[in-house]
Design a protein around this ligand. Structure first.
Ligand code: GDP
Ligand code: MG
Length: 206
């Protein structure tokens, strides 16, 4: 609209969606985005990133200055290193080192599958997005489906696009509070774009 009205707070709920590395490899990024767009949700942030790029190089020095922030943000190495058994170097900070995943999956660090989960999430680029709209956290979880792809309902993203819990295509925040925290892990404040959609009356009614 030429003169946008600010959306009321209940329409500004936000959630974090990750299109995981398996889905990027399988060229499913567009399919996932299309589902959220069709539903009527609004995209307010998006980026492609590689977390903690594994390298085939010999082990790097214990600490490598980040080329972006010039801080010593490297976290692998001496204390056990990368779960794949290869050294990792954080090439750019961009919050995209292994520590980001440790925060993101804080509740799962003690699970036996956690090393496999880290290897999966760092195996290739992923797409991080923030979607906004009424009840977006709950609706997105419903659209994503069960964690276990094998039992995810047909019609959900996992039910339609994946076979196994270890390669389940997407992540979606599980509560409004979690979403706020997770968005803060993955995005800087100024990476979120506030914009008003001209079709709001047709999306939500009066
Ligand atoms: P979500 O919120 O539905 O993604 O599920 P959880 O928060 O419980 O788990 C986070 C992610 O960990 C899942 O999406 C899977 O990628 C992974 N995961 C969960 N359970 C298992 C498991 O039993 N085996 C493996 N390999 N990965 C799992
Ligand atoms: Mg979860």
């Amino acid at each position: 609209p030429l003169r946008p009205r600010a959306a009321p707070p209940e329409l500004q709920e936000k959630t974090l969606v990750l299109v995981k590395p398996d889905a990027v490899q399988r060229r499913l990024v567009g399919h996932v985005i299309q589902r959220f767009e069709r539903r009527g949700f609004k995209l307010v942030a998006m980026k492609l990133l590689q977390v903690a790029l594994p390298t085939q190089l010999p082990p790097p020095p214990l600490r490598v200055p980040c080329s972006r922030c010039h801080a010593e943000c490297w976290e692998g190495g001496a204390k056990g290193g990368h779960p794949l058994g290869v050294p990792t170097v954080t090439l750019r900070c961009h919050q995209a080192d292994r520590g980001l995943l440790d925060k993101h999956y804080q509740q799962l660090q003690q699970k036996p599958f956690y090393p496999a989960l880290l290897a999966y999430m760092t195996s290739g680029p992923l797409v991080a997005m923030v979607w906004e709209g009424y009840n977006v956290v709950r609706s997105t979880r419903a659209m994503v489906g069960d964690t276990n792809s094998a039992t995810a309902a047909a019609g959900t993203i996992r039910g339609d696009f994946s076979m196994h819990v270890s390669r389940n295509v997407v992540h979606a925040s599980d509560s409004v509070e979690t979403a706020q925290r997770e968005i803060g892990f993955w995005f800087q404040r100024d990476e979120l774009v506030a914009w008003e959609s001209g079709d709001r009356d047709y999306t939500y009614g009066p």
